[in-house]
Write a protein of this length. Structure first.
Length: 94
C-alpha cells in the first residue's frame, strides 16, 4: 500500500509514504516480510529522480543511518533535486 502511495503524484502523500517505508525497513520490531517489502520498494525508488529525491528527504527526516552509503552516493548526482535532497539527508545523518 505505501509503495503505491510513494509513487503518487501528490507530494505530501509521497513524503509520508517514504517516511513510513524507511521506518518499516529500519525498525528492529518489524516482521521480516514487511522489512523485505519496504526494502524492495526503497531499492526500486533509487532508479528515478522523482522518487529518489523524496526518499532521500525521508531518510534524512527519519535519520536512517542504514542508508548513509546511498545518501553519499547521491551527493554528486546530476539531478539537482536529488543532489539537494542528498545534501539534506547527509546533514541530518551527521
Amino acid at each position: 500500500m505505501f509503495e503505491s502511495l510513494a509513487q503518487s503524484g501528490d507530494s505530501p502523500t509521497r513524503s509520508l509514504a517514504y517516511r513510513v517505508l524507511v521506518s518499516v525497513a529500519t525498525s528492529k520490531q518489524t516482521p521480516a516480510p514487511a522489512v523485505q517489502a519496504a526494502a524492495k520498494a526503497i531499492e526500486s525508488s533509487w532508479q528515478k529522480p522523482e522518487r529518489a529525491a523524496p526518499l532521500l528527504r525521508a531518510i534524512g527526516k527519519e535519520k536512517a543511518a542504514r542508508y548513509a552509503d546511498d545518501v553519499k552516493a547521491r551527493l554528486s548526482d546530476a539531478n539537482p533535486e536529488v543532489k539537494e535532497a542528498a545534501a539534506f539527508a547527509a546533514g541530518r545523518l551527521e
